[in-house]
Design a protein around this ligand. Structure first.
Ligand code: GLU
Length: 261
């Protein structure tokens, strides 16, 4: 499967990739990631970035030590962290000549036909203007009933909304393994998955880190959504963002989930 031909791409980056254990941003990594994504734009592609990290970075900035247990605490941390995230993204993308646009989305924005249409128009116009849409869940208002809860699912929904030809989910593990690689040294990476069935779903454990939300399960849900919409999805390690170049050149990285149609 040639991902290099994809013109419109959604890249999702998780908290564990963006931040250190301290909760502070991994500036070097963010800078490299933005460099790669800007270069993809230079090559004529359109890139939307779905970013997590608002809560994690907010916790770091407010000196809270760990994620608050209650919803208002997490909401407040997210609002603080989101500013910091956008500040850094805007600064780095700006260095490469790309303006950024912030889109904070909740699940019901995508379920309501009118708001969905509005959102689609905003994305289209941002691409037309040569800006990079940067998406997160609107954590300040996304309480339980309307929450995506994880940005993996959100990234798949965005990829479907904007008709992306590829979804790349960056995480802190190399891809999907046949066993838990953190517990079993003999675990091996599964390079390609053609069908996300119950057997595949059973390979995913729970949440990955204390800073992030997802883990492999939500990535599989996302891949299932995206591949059902015809979008090839790659789950790969985000620690070296330059690997995205090689992926686009046809090298195998992480686990590729092939589209169903
Ligand atoms: N929206 C949350 C944040 O920015 C992250 C959700 C997730 O980790 O998937 O902190």
């Amino acid at each position: 499967m040639d991902l290099g031909a994809a013109k419109r791409i959604v890249v999702k980056v998780g908290t564990s990739t963006l931040t250190y254990d301290t909760g502070k941003l991994n500036i070097r990594r963010v800078e490299r990631l933005v460099g790669v994504l800007s270069d993809l734009c230079n090559s004529g592609r359109q890139v939307a970035l779905v970013t997590s990290g608002a809560i994690g970075v907010g916790v770091g900035k407010l000196g809270l030590g760990s994620k608050p247990d209650d919803t208002p605490g997490r909401q407040a941390a997210a609002t603080v962290g989101q500013c910091e995230l956008m500040f850094i993204y805007d600064k780095y993308f700006g260095e490469f000549g790309y303006p950024t646009g912030q889109l904070l989305i909740t699940k019901d924005d995508l379920e309501n036909a009118r708001r969905r249409g509005n959102l689609m128009n905003a994305f289209e116009r941002l691409f037309e203007y040569g800006a990079v849409p940067i998406v997160n869940e609107n954590d300040a208002v996304a309480v339980e009933e309307i929450v995506f809860g994880d940005n993996d699912t959100l990234s798949a929904a965005v990829a479907e909304l904007i008709g992306a030809q590829a979804l790349i989910i960056l995480t802190d593990i190399d891809g999907l393994y046949d066993r838990d690689p953190r517990a079993d040294a003999d675990a091996s990476l599964i390079p390609v998955v053609h069908k996300i069935d119950e057997e595949i779903m059973a390979l995913a454990g729970g949440s990955g880190t204390s800073r992030g939300t997802g883990g492999m399960l939500t990535k599989l849900h996302a891949a299932k959504l995206a591949t059902a919409a015809g979008i090839p999805t790659v789950v790969m390690n985000g620690q070296e963002p330059h690997d995205i170049y090689r992926l686009m050149e046809g090298h195998r990285f992480g686990t590729l989930f092939t589209p169903e149609k």
